[in-house]
Design a protein around this ligand. Sequence first.
Ligand code: EPZ
Length: 420
Amino acid sequence: MDKLVVEGGLRLKGEVKVSGSKNSVLPILAATLLTDAPCVIKGVPNLRDTVTMMRILRALGKSVEFDKGTVEVRAGRQHNLVADYKLVSTMRASFCVLGPLLGRFKKAKVSLPGGCVIGVRPVDLHIKGIRMLGGRVDIESGYIVAKTPGLKGTHIYLGGVYGSSVLATDNVMMAAVLARGKTVIEAAACEPEVADLGEFLIKMGARIKGHGTPTIEIEGVKHLRGTEHTIISDRIEAGTFIIASLMTKGDITIRNTSVRHLGALFDKLQEAGVAVRSAENGVRVSYRGKIKPVNVTTLPYPGFPTDMQAQMMSLMSVTEGISLITEKIYPDRFMHVPELNRMGARIQREGPHAIVEGVRYLSGAQVMASDLRASASLVLAALRAKGKTQIHRIYHLERGYEEIESKLQSLGARVWREKE
Ligand code: EPZ
């Protein structure tokens, strides 16, 4: 295992290009199961999670080539309809192969994903949608075993206790595109990554309206063709570099990102007195002096993204004053709190809230990465901290940030990798 070592206190300056969106490419790779025709997907980041999904597609019988950001998925010699525990348990998103497998082959056996450090991660909404489409779903020794004589379109309310579900919306959408008749998904997730999946399915010949809005309408079709698609850029990676610029009192231009997809973050930063300026094919964020503390509550899109909560907490930990951060999507998503406190932050957790009292300095320390975005928040804190920080278990970081060290080094950061 490797660790990341960061020498903090340097201002980051220059420009960085954001990679393709992890959370868009994962369901789109799953969608290639809906056809035997070749699919070409461009702008794919080289991440642990994208490589895992390609391995799952190969295990399901696909032939997958990945070279310089382009994935070519073709039919293999035979179809396998079992997604096994070993692979699914390493990455929850692989659960979204259920919808396409059932929709196309009328049966599927997919391991239930485990929980993870950010929460229990139930799949009740996925199962509800599949059952309402006419799928028979049983749970047998940790696997979802689903079968159907043929899925039939219907009206599905997919809202849960925490609001909409991204991957449940993806799973149900992918099951419905080959179902007989019309499906309406109400309380659908509106994340840009769901909209991107909808675009991909439409290019394959699916008939979908309203993807990216709370109500998605799908007219089932008989079969889907292959297509070519370029993934949208990763708004969470962009947001992470925006915070990096502010944490280090720097000046960074972030290319290949869209202002459109980060409205809630920009709104909060504006409230904090930060000017985010548009730049060619991106944004420019320069530290302009004192940042004000702000309160943040995470919500489904277009609300403040839970995937940016830990990064915002890092910024608030060095912002004079008191901030209240409330996590409405994953109330336990605070693994970064004890690690930030080891670096001198003053954060107190109260259930789904974290009370952050800004401090003037953080100090380098040995810290432990736990989940993808918590790891990102530790890197951000380390870039600001005085002295050296060692971040252990950085495989969590590699799940979602492509070439993070070289991107940070290109901005002037002193960061390198060492063997544990
Ligand atoms: C997606 O996970 C993202 N992952 C997550 O990003 C992201 O944090 C999350 O959406 C919320 O935006 C991918 O897209 C691969 P949800 P997903 O279903 O779809 C509850 C990252 O860091 N829920 O939208 O699994 C759930 O417990 C990752 O890149 C149910 O109750 O999340 C949560 O409280 C982490 N029943 C809320 O809904 C269900 O059946 C939202 O979860 C499903 C979910």
